[in-house]
Design a protein around this ligand. Structure first.
Ligand code: GLY
Ligand code: MN
Ligand code: MN
Length: 444
């Protein structure tokens, strides 16, 4: 199993320490455990920025990075975590504990999480600036506010507390937005697993199958390869594909319908995000094929627009123009292409954006605009490219033959000096490739 080494996390902490400047402190808390129902919790997933800086996946942990009066003093990394506890470990599993935090996670100092309120007041003394991500978890925000108030109160004893509280995201999000080779490698693994899952779905789908049964096939491929779903899978047959966040996945897949699957794995905390749309019976109808090819043309052109130096919005603009031209050609829209684009009248059939940053979070962090302008692609940024067309089942402005068809095609693309690198190319997407793959099985 491919994993990032401690050296990677250490380098990230060193960069962060450089960014926060002298006499500063950064506090990064992981996510709280989320309860599912009564005393059953969701499987734990640590906070992505916390993981990015520590590699520490246990719950109830806080990382603290401190800098001092001079550069020569360097920085200090403290990890607050759960102590080892034989009884708790028998019930709930292994804990790294204080020794593990130092030996395995390379903390300079480690403390029991229960000591956080006490120790943090010491660390806040004589710091000018506190970096913290406000607004993520109300309960932790309140604790931080209390620490600042208490530390400020103590200044009467001649010490000083941070006068400035600064959003930490600005720094860490920018670091996370640019992926290095190690991260791309993990995203490639996540994408390969996800591509295999989509291929498996194409191979096993049959009219009469339930959407959840197809979802189970995806989960099996994710799981047996060390992945977990990166987000709630969408498996929408027929007109369910027109519900953008359809996750019930509880209807029957019908002969003659398409099925839209938006599902992908997370591997070692890095996500993939793939959508494919294919016929339940293995063969596109003429209308399905015509609309599908419009979306595919738009998607291929949009992928090609993920070029270093291009605006983040360029793939969207390219996709929209091709989608609108296709809708005009097929008679689903009438009018002038520029007017339709200008007035955004295409939103009747295409109501979402063409992509988003992808990384440790499926909708990953990173500013989309800089100084009010859409930013340009830079080396190592990863974006999804996911145009679609959705003809509502009750849309009386179009010929009934088009109604209830929903199509999206989504791939994950890295901006590189050599042009766009598609991480998810392993799963087929042309009409011919999909029909050929599905025919092979239907014949077997
Ligand atoms: N799967 C979520 C998205 O495509 O944005
Ligand atoms: Mn997406
Ligand atoms: Mn998606």
């Amino acid at each position: 199993m491919k994993k990032l080494t401690q050296a990677v996390f250490e380098e990230r902490r060193a960069i962060l320490a450089g960014e926060i400047g002298l006499r500063s402190i950064a506090i990064i808390a992981t996510s709280p455990v989320a309860m599912r129902n009564r005393d059953a919790d969701y499987k734990y997933r640590a906070d992505s920025s916390f993981l990015y800086l520590t590699g520490f996946a246990e719950p109830e942990a806080v990382a603290v990075i401190e800098t001092f009066d001079t550069e020569e003093e360097g920085y200090s990394y403290s990890l607050f975590c759960r102590e080892r506890n034989r009884e708790m470990e028998i019930w709930n599993g292994y804990r790294a504990g204080i020794d593990g935090a130092i030996q395995d996670y390379e903390a300079d100092e480690a403390y029991a999480i229960d000591l956080l309120d006490e120790e943090i007041l010491e660390k806040l003394q004589n710091k000018d600036r506190l970096f913290y991500r406000i607004g993520q978890h109300a309960e932790f925000d309140a604790r931080v506010a209390k620490w600042i108030a208490t530390a400020s109160g103590e200044s009467r004893r001649g010490t000083s507390a941070p006068a400035q509280v600064i959003q930490l995201d600005r720094i860490v999000d920018e670091m996370r937005l640019h992926k290095d080779a190690n991260e791309i490698e993990l995203m490639q693994i996540a994408s390969d697993i996800s591509a295999d899952a989509h291929t498996q779905a194409m191979l096993v789908v049959r009219p009469g199958m339930m959407e959840y049964a197809l979802e189970a096939e995806l989960n099996y491929v994710f799981g047996k390869n060390g992945g977990v779903p990166a987000y709630n899978s969408i498996v929408g047959g027929g007109e369910n594909a027109c519900i953008l966040h359809y996750v019930e996945n509880d209807k029957e897949l019908k002969d003659g319908d398409l099925v839209l699957i938006d599902a992908a794995a997370e591997y070692q905390f890095y996500a993939s995000d793939i959508t494919r749309t294919f016929p339940v019976n293995g063969k596109f109808s003429p209308e399905q094929k015509a609309l599908y090819n419009v979306v595919l043309d738009a998607q291929i052109a949009a992928i090609n627009a993920v070029q270093i130096g291009n605006s983040y919005k360029e793939p969207h603009n390219v996709a929209v123009r091709i989608l609108v031209q296709g809708l005009l050609d097929l008679g689903l829209m009438q009018g002038n292409i520029d007017d339709i684009i200008e007035k955004e009248a295409f939103r009747q059939f295409y109501m979402h954006g063409t992509g988003h940053w992808l990384g440790m979070d499926v909708h990953d962090v990173g500013a989309y605009k800089v100084d009010g302008e859409w930013r340009a692609y830079e080396e190592g940024m990863v974006v999804t490219v996911e145009p679609g067309l959705y003809i509502a089942p009750d849309d009386e402005t179009v010929d009934p033959k088009w109604r209830g068809i929903g199509i999206r095609i989504e791939d994950d693309v890295v901006a590189t000096e050599n042009g766009p690198l598609v991480l998810t190319a392993k799963v087929v997407k042309t009409v011919e490739e999909i029909e050929a793959l599905m025919a092979k099985v239907q014949a077997a």
